[in-house]
Design a protein around this ligand. Structure first.
Ligand code: KMT
Ligand code: NI
Length: 172
């Protein structure tokens, strides 16, 4: 894992967009983002038990798996949105970027690779993309009924109770 401020330069979303300014773990924590490196299967089981995630599945985001829909899917993941539940992703292969909004509303890019696990809190604005290798495999952990519907950013959404709870806890 490496986190840094996104450079906001034009160009494909899958490029690194690396401003060269790193974001440390303390800063991520202030945004409510939790990161773990987990190299043993037992570690994931323990975390799942602790947080009440009883279910899991695996997703592979690649042209091989998704065929002609791949480009559309990747563009879709990159629309800024939030969820009413935590989003937990445990990377099993390949790489990808989660971008989350910092407190001044600028993007923090979080680069993830195999054995990286990330928990995005409910209500945080974020987006996802593969990188130039166009391949990521991830385990998705969830409770019984995941509320993963992406709610795209809008002014009305600022009144959403999960958004308001996030803002009151983390300040944006
Ligand atoms: C998401 O919610 O954006 C995804 O599941 C993307 C693929 S998992 C790294
Ligand atoms: Ni999401």
């Amino acid at each position: 894992m490496r986190a840094y401020w996104y450079d906001n330069a034009p160009g494909d979303q899958r490029l690194p967009h690396d401003s060269g300014r790193n974001v440390d773990a303390a800063e991520l924590e202030k945004l409510g983002v939790i990161y773990h490196r987990i190299e043993e299967q037992g570690g994931v089981d323990a975390l799942a038990a602790e947080r009440g995630y009883r279910n899991r599945d695996e997703i592979t985001v690649s042209p091989d798996k998704m065929g002609a829909t791949y480009e559309d899917k990747v563009r879709g993941f990159f629309h800024e949105h939030l969820h009413e539940d935590e989003e937990i992703r445990y990377i099993r292969g390949g790489q990808g970027y989660f971008d989350v909004r910092g407190r001044a509303d600028d993007w923090v890019r979080i680069q993830l690779e195999k054995d990286d696990l990330i928990i995005l809190p409910a209500g945080i604005y974020h987006r996802f993309t593969t990188d130039e290798q166009n391949f990521v495999q991830a385990m998705r952990l969830f409770k019984d009924e995941p509320k993963w519907t992406p709610l795209n950013r809008s002014e009305e959404l600022d009144a959403n109770e999960h958004r308001k709870a996030y803002v009151s806890q983390f300040g944006k």
